[in-house]
Design a protein around this ligand. Structure first.
Ligand code: PBG
Length: 335
């Protein structure tokens, strides 16, 4: 390779020849982005024919289950094959321990059943964590000092996992960062016969300021006092991400995730190169808000949407969770 380059330099080698037409540019493209690479996060509310806008997330709405179904069908028509459910829980149902998380008729369970009934081909994933259900907005159960307790939180997450599996979810996705929860969830799923319910682990989830708009969307920001640095990772760390991923794979994760996305694509590349397992990243709410505010101000064009998603693919992502899922698929299908 290096000899080849040294022996044939300009003008024998003009890299611009491979950029001269659409045809050649498409032929030598090294990465590709398709609608089936996208996972659409959905905010689900109670009610009928109900929709609410989210101030910090332009064009994204919280939808009642009936309207969610229409949205899911539209995503499917555009080629998206997986959605991720985030329920917005009535404040009256929130408790310190977040018990509604595993109520057999909780909003997330009803949403999963309704979507699988209406559009069985669409894969449905659910978030496993307690933050939509707790009065304090933390992802787990806390002690008097506010410390999130690992092992009893894991027990609650296992109950939540089984409630979602019984509802027919295809993928459960723990976003809580408790230690050992993948093993506990996998063992519980196996023991109840859910051998094909897969786990997408938020393996390297960083304590990030980019989650702000999401917390507005699910209504946990007002409740959250303090931060999540006692369980989510320090943005300074790289090697620790590989350690987290190795443990989650050993414990039974089918897919691993890095989150947030764009500022952490170096981590995605290392995870893909080191482990070769299905690797995902989450283009989170703050990344969406940044892009949308610049687009709405006319400071950037909509072309940044597909460019940003292609960057995830180039970095090694098999799939990308993105609030742009519907808009980006439409853009791809119109090209
Ligand atoms: C909560 C959860 C968060 C996100 C997904 N699941 C927020 C948090 O950890 O505080 C963030 C998603 C986003 O910002 O788009 N377990």
């Amino acid at each position: 390779m290096s000899n080849y380059i040294f022996n044939r330099t300009f003008p024998h080698t003009r890299l611009r020849r491979m950029r001269v037409s659409d045809g050649i540019r498409e032929m030598v493209a090294e990465s590709h982005l398709l609608p089936c690479h996208l996972i659409a996060p959905l905010f689900v509310i109670e009610g009928k024919n109900a929709r609410q806008s989210i101030k910090s997330m332009p064009e994204i709405e919280r939808l009642s289950i009936d309207l969610t179904i229409d949205y899911v069908k539209e995503l499917y028509r555009e080629g998206v094959r997986m959605v991720d459910i985030f329920p917005v829980i009535d404040p009256a149902l929130k408790t310190p321990n977040g018990n509604d998380a595993y109520h057999p008729e909780t909003l997330a369970v009803r949403a999963v059943k309704a979507i699988k009934d209406a559009c069985p081909e669409m894969m449905v994933m659910t978030d496993i964590a307690l933050d939509p259900y707790t009065t304090h907005g933390q992802d787990g159960i806390i002690d008097e000092s506010g410390y999130v307790l690992n092992d009893i939180t894991t027990e609650a997450l296992v109950k939540q996992t089984l409630a979602h599996a019984r509802a027919g979810v295809d993928v459960v996705s723990p976003s809580d960062m408790m230690d050992g929860r993948i093993r506990a969830m996998r063992e519980a799923l196996e023991s109840e016969g859910f051998v094909n319910t897969s786990i997408m682990a938020y393996s390297a989830k960083y304590a990030s300021a980019y989650y702000g708009p999401f917390r507005d969307a699910v209504g946990s920001s007002g409740n959250l006092k303090g931060h999540k640095k006692g369980y989510q990772m320090n943005p300074a760390n790289r090697a620790e991400a590989l350690h987290e991923v190795a443990l989650d794979i050993a414990e039974g994760a089918d897919m691993v995730m890095v989150k947030p996305g764009q500022p952490y694509l170096d981590v995605v590349r290392e995870v893909k190169d080191n482990f070769g397992v299905p690797t995902f990243a989450y283009q989170v709410s703050g990344e969406y808000a940044m892009h949308m505010s610049a687009i709405q101000n006319g400071w950037l064009t909509e072309n940044v949407i597909l460019e940003s998603l292609l960057g995830f693919r180039r970095a090694g992502c098999d799939g990308i969770l993105s609030y742009f899922a519907l808009k980006a698929s439409r853009m791809m299908n119109e090209m």
